[in-house]
Design a protein around this ligand. Sequence first.
Ligand code: ADP
Ligand code: MG
Length: 282
Amino acid sequence: MLPEVTAIRYVTPLREGGSVPGIVEADDLGTYVAKFIGAAQGRKALVAEVVCGELARRLELRVPELVRLNFDPVIALGEPDTEVQDLLKASGGLNLGMDFLPGSVGFDPIAFEVDASQAARVIWFDALVNNVDRSWRNPNMLIWHRELWLIDHGAALIWHHNWKGAQASAAKPYDATDHALARFVTAAELAAAAAELAPRITETLLREVTALIPQEWLLDEPGFGTADAVRRAYADVLGDRAATIHDRIRLSAPPKKAEAPPEWLRTWVEGKAAGSRQEDGR
Ligand SMILES: Nc1ncnc2c1ncn2[C@@H]1O[C@H](COP(=O)(O)OP(=O)(O)O)[C@@H](O)[C@H]1O
Ligand SMILES: [Mg+2]
């Protein structure tokens, strides 16, 4: 089970992304980014954070520590923004906490160099979990102590919003052309990352990771009898995808066909060239 803490002070909302997480202090004296169960993205976003975050950690990618976070909205009554207040009121009970990295800065692909092997490992991982939320516009990575840290996997595993089509959806390609790390990677490095990482996605590993999803977030899932059945469904899709996703990662847009210049431009350019030859001859 993930470690469990209780929030004792609500510090401030974080407004950069879409889900308005909050910074909270907890009874273990830690500071956490709280991802709230009452956010529009719902409890599945929190499930995706747990599955992807813990999977990435086991592949030795850096992800801040995740905890089960008990939150009582009464500690946040001082929050003046009424929309945030509504979100907090809808989030009593078990939420997700992510260790807050103090002094970290948002990753910027222009300002930071990432070595090709690390970039390839992150892209392969994002392809595995269908993470469409790591583009250069919105990298969802932090630099902390000169290292790259992955955050925000709430939008990944898109297929868990429609289990009936999950296997078919998971068989689809992954478009990495917009990925924040695409400029650092080569096809050869990506193949090497796939060869290293895919065999590590074993049934045992997937069982271990899915066991960390809090039971509360899996109950009443339509089409499933038990929480463990939902856990198995996550493991099945990820296991299948790990074996073959490498062949379906698109790294660069197909080259555009060079169009022939229009007739008027060609004759104009040729005419100019002939004119300048005449001038030279004078
Ligand atoms: N663990 C963390 N440590 C420091 N800052 C964080 C951490 N997690 C998130 N943030 C900051 O909060 C912002 C929003 O968090 P994020 O998880 O991306 O949520 P969302 O995009 O869903 O709103 C991030 O862009 C980042 O600036
Ligand atoms: Mg984000």
